[in-house]
Design a protein around this ligand. Structure first.
Ligand code: G6P
Ligand code: MN
Length: 427
């Protein structure tokens, strides 16, 4: 029997990469029905046309259906791939700008910006958990991926959910460049929490590397920062820590400088993306009309789509593939609670991810990561229940925020600004 895969958020600008990912495993998923869902009928139609054209040009045996209602998209689906952004880029702009007005980093997933996003994402994921077929796997990219995963696991017990983020792929690539190593064959054990992982163990073609020695020799490169790469700060940090930080570490260890930079920049990342999106969607539309489309890789390039489809295949085909995912800790990272959702290497087969035993977090970031976990747990509960006091506690627990009044101001402003998307928080 052929498998049905629902894709929620199929109008996303990241979709061309997901379509490429599906093509790269077309043989393994032959005959699959792909049910595309989006609340934006225009973008949904565009990505449906693009996928249909790309699948037919490459002879992939997929059927594509398009839906603006959730229920028909989810009915009968064994896999529900969630990759939507509730409130879109306009809401992201608020997440990124409100904290900044109070001297706190404004970021899509880290800190209070991520908290506000969680408050919008979690109710939709809980609804999806309610509507999906029993036994279906929710494979989630919607951010903040670990908070969303934790909320579903604890507030809809019995639901099968796995949280994804492909950041470790880009980060490993950045470290390969910085350390002068080939990316191919380089494997790092990234452990911790999503967007707060650390790697003490790195192997090249299976051979352990002497990381402290390599970092001692590393010269700190100048400048060159892009939104997703800040090699100079990363190198400085790694030399101090003696292991590899992931790229979001800069928000914690250079918090005040980053606040200054974000303020000086004048526009948010969301605004920068909104400025490029119309031309991007136009170029995708032009490609979709061609017999063999080759859409832009400007959004969701890299391994984004391949990574997600590989995880779906690992579940579906019982592959026992080693991948880094967000799942219940169950002792894998001994410095975090057993029932925490952690980001760790895991072996993924039909029964879901089995996290590999990784030991403790490195001492210099142990307390920080535990504090982020305490925040995340409160954030998941606040987002699921709409309890204002829990929401305040979440923000007070976050390492970016140093005072109750700052937490209160950001919370009040954020809840008011997002009111239309936060039915769980009654005024
Ligand atoms: C990285 C993160 C994702 C995040 C994305 C945002 O890939 O791992 O979680 O959503 O960056 O990228 P953007 O181009 O939208 O700023
Ligand atoms: Mn991510």
């Amino acid at each position: 029997m052929s498998v049905k895969i629902a894709i929620v958020g199929a109008g996303s600008g990241y979709m061309p990469g997901v379509i490429r990912g599906l093509l790269h495993r077309a043989g393994d998923l032959a005959g699959a029905e792909l049910a595309f869902h989006d609340v934006d009928a225009g973008h949904l139609g565009l990505m449906t046309r693009l996928a249909t054209a790309m699948f037919s040009a490459r002879g992939a045996g997929f059927t594509v259906t398009a839906h603006t209602e959730l229920k028909p998209a989810l009915d009968g689906a064994s896999y529900v791939f969630t990759t939507f952004r509730p409130g879109g880029m306009a809401a992201r702009h608020l997440d990124e700008s409100i904290p900044l007005r109070h001297g706190v980093v404004g970021q899509e997933t880290a800190g209070p910006g991520g908290f506000l996003m969680a408050c919008r994402s979690v109710p939709v994921l809980l609804e999806i958990a309610d509507l999906a077929d029993p036994g279906a796997w929710i494979v989630n990219y919607t951010n903040p991926t670990n908070i969303v995963t934790d909320a579903v696991l604890r507030h809809r017990p019995g639901t099968r959910v796995i949280g994804l983020c492909d950041q470790h792929v880009g980060d490993t690539e950045m470290w390969a460049e910085l350390l002068g190593l080939p990316f191919d064959g380089l494997e790092a054990d990234w452990i911790g929490l999503n967007h707060a992982t650390w790697a003490e163990r790195v192997r090249l073609h299976g051979e352990p590397l002497d990381l402290p020695a390599r970092l001692a020799d590393l010269e700190i490169p100048g400048g060159g920062a892009t939104p997703w790469r800040d090699p100079s700060r990363m190198a400085e940090l790694a030399k101090a820590l003696g292991f590899l930080p992931n790229s979001y570490a800069k928000y914690y260890f250079f918090h005040d400088e980053v606040v200054e930079e974000l303020r000086a920049k004048g526009t948010t990342r969301a605004q920068d993306i909104m400025a490029m999106l119309p031309a991007y969607y136009e170029s995708v539309a032009a490609e979709a009309a061609k017999p063999d489309p080759d859409p832009s890789r400007e959004r969701g390039g890299g391994e984004h789509g391949e990574f997600a489809v590989d995880v779906i295949c690992a579940l579906h085909r019982d592959e026992g593939r080693r991948v880094i995912v967000n799942t219940r800790n169950n002792g894998a990272v001994s410095s975090l609670d057993d029932d925490a959702v952690v980001e760790v290497p895991a072996v993924v087969g039909r029964g879901g991810p089995v996290p590999l035993t990784m030991g403790p977090l490195p001492a210099p970031v142990r307390g920080l990561t535990q504090a982020i976990h305490a925040y995340e747990r409160l954030a998941a509960d606040a987002a699921a229940t709409g309890d204002r006091r829990t929401a305040l506690q979440a923000l007070m627990a976050h390492p970016f925020i140093r005072g109750k009044h700052t937490a209160e101001r950001i919370l009040d402003e954020g809840l008011a600004a997002h009111r239309a998307h936060l039915p769980q928080f009654t005024p």
